[in-house]
Design a protein around this ligand. Structure first.
Ligand code: NAD
Length: 500
């Protein structure tokens, strides 16, 4: 049993309050508990982070020194890589074939990638500002924002903790992380690495809990910047709460990303890619292309192939190497997905694969069969809302303009894919899609840390990752230095200025 504690001011602190059980999605067995923290624990963490920011060495170190600490964090996590993978498999239900790369390896690579960006923060910022003759000199300095509160969703806990903490720390901020109550392990591992390498106390803090911990953290006047990844509904609440104290916000939210199949697409590639994108990690990826738009001319051919390939996917426990699609995170998430499928069918959808609970899997686990829904109207709930489970919705379109219109007819704008044998044509179509990330003839590619995530519409506010994402954790100070002490040359001293 892992009985988690909050990590505040460089130490684990027991909490006398209530706890919440954590289960293994593959079996439903309780494997730990977290403290259901509230305002008092949040206040301790923010106070520690504020003290570390204003009094500690962190904000005054060079970006190069802080980059070395990111590398040390990566090395510490890497030194117990197998343990990290086992913990994340049990915690997230991510299959063992994907987990080492996706949940554990990529965050380590990202820590090192962010470390490489340190020169971007060296002062002063180098773009020339030419002062008029007789005036002084301007320099622009990038400074840390202060105390950063990072909200982590359940699906990629260590990965997204790194996406937030690495750029925030590199820029000289201190952080308070709030993991999902469903998957606390990855953020705990990050705190343990911080402790092991001797990160100064209070620079990284972790407060476990759910809504109360989350709202207390957003509301806390000691927080300067809120960086949130999670659902659009909660993101909007966070944005509105943060407005009360005029905090900076970065939001990475939900999606209903289209896979637009052009009439000349390679069927096997498009079908395999879209099934991978929409079913991988139990369909719990924000950038999953869960809306496949297929031209009338190829609709039946695609449905036949989708049915065949979806039925070949192996559902099973995350730790089993044969598993293609593992469980979803919780019983509540499974029930939510099942309700979506029922509502979609009531709304006219036809189930061509899945739509039920799979057989031959551990009884207590939270499994959903890979499900493909066809014949959906554009208003069908499964064509519009993010389901966050292994459910692919297939819609048909008449001509490419119609396909582009349908692809963009959504409140989301996170990702999209275009499938075509004519790359130039696909590039033309990609330019018309309203999403922050678009793939041509592939899915799930991201040279993460260097590739910005900037979801459009209700998928995002601000940018995460890449240099733009890093700069989001800084504020520019414009510094003016007069080059002489000549009062006569000043607006408040010159003859005729009225101030002399
Ligand atoms: P969620 O919105 O339920 O929770 C996200 C975090 O916010 C959790 O730590 C949660 O405990 C906390 N929280 C919940 N209510 C809160 C409140 N009222 N105030 C403050 N904090 C609160 O999201 P989830 O179910 O954990 O994750 C799935 C969602 O995350 C999906 O919508 C998915 O698309 C999205 N996501 C987006 C990206 C991206 O980069 N755009 C990446 C991963 C996941």
């Amino acid at each position: 049993m892992l009985n988690y504690r909050n990590f505040i001011d460089g130490d684990w602190r027991a909490s006398a309050g209530p706890t919440v059980a954590v289960d293994d999605p593959s079996t439903g067995e309780v494997i730990g508990s977290i403290p259901d923290s509230g305002a008092a624990e949040v206040d301790s963490a923010v106070t520690a982070a504020r003290r570390a920011f204003t009094e500690g060495p962190w904000a005054r170190m060079t970006p190069g020194d802080r980059a070395q600490i990111l590398r040390d964090l990566a090395a510490s996590l890497e030194s117990r890589f197998d343990e990290l993978v086992d913990g994340l498999v049990a915690d997230t239900g991510c299959s063992i074939r994907m987990c080492p790369m996706l949940q554990a390896g990529a965050p380590l690579a990202n820590l090192r990638d962010f470390a490489e960006m340190a020169p971007l923060l060296e002062k002063p910022v180098s773009y020339p500002i030419q002062s008029a003759p007789g005036f002084g000199q301007w320099e622009l300095h990038r400074e840390p924002v202060g105390v950063v509160a990072g909200f982590i969703p359940y699906n990629f806990p260590l990965f997204i903790a790194v996406w937030k903490a690495a750029p925030a720390l590199l820029a000289g901020n201190t952080v308070v992380l709030k993991p999902s109550p469903l998957t606390p392990y990855g953020v705990e591992a990050f705190a343990a690495a911080a402790k092991e390498i001797g990160l100064p106390d209070g620079v990284v803090n972790v407060v476990h809990g759910d809504r109360e911990a989350g709202t207390s953290l957003v509301d806390h006047p000691g927080v300067d910047l809120v960086t949130f990844t999670g659902s659009t509904a909660v993101g909007k609440q966070v944005m509105s709460s943060a407005a009360r104290t005029a905090k900076e916000v970065i939001l990475e939210m939900g999606g209903k990303s289209p896979a637009l199949v052009l009439p000349d697409a390679n069927a096997e590639l498009a079908v395999r890619g879209t099934l991978f994108s929409s079913m991988m990690h139990g369909g719990q990826a924000c950038v999953a292309t869960t809306r496949m738009l297929v031209p009338d001319s190829r609709y039946d051919e695609f449905l036949d192939l989708l049915e065949r390939r979806a039925n070949e996917l192996v559902v099973g426990p995350a730790a089993d190497y044969a598993t293609d699609v593992g469980p979803v995170v919780s019983q509540a998430q499974r029930e939510k997905i099942e309700k979506y499928v029922s509502a979609a069918v009531e709304g006219g959808a036809r189930v061509i694969a899945g739509g039920d609970r799979p057989a031959g899997v551990p009884e207590g686990g939270h499994y959903v069969s890979p499900t493909v829904l066809a014949d959906l109207g554009e208003d069908n709930v499964a064509a519009r809302e993010e389901i966050f489970g292994p459910v692919l919705s297939v819609l048909r379109y008449s001509d490419v303009d119609d396909g582009v219109r349908m692809a963009n007819d959504t409140e989301y704008g996170l990702a999209s894919a275009v499938w075509s044998s004519d790359v130039e044509r696909a590039r033309g179509v990609a330019a018309r899609l309203q999403s922050g990330l678009t793939w041509i003839n592939d899915v799930a590619q991201a040279d993460v840390a260097r590739t910005p995530f900037a979801g459009k519409k209700q998928s995002g506010v601000g940018t995460e990752l890449g240099p733009d994402g890093l700069f989001g954790y800084t504020k520019v100070k414009s510094l003016y230095t007069a080059l002489d002490e000549n009062l006569d040359a000043r607006a408040y001293g010159a003859v005729g200025s009225g101030w002399e």
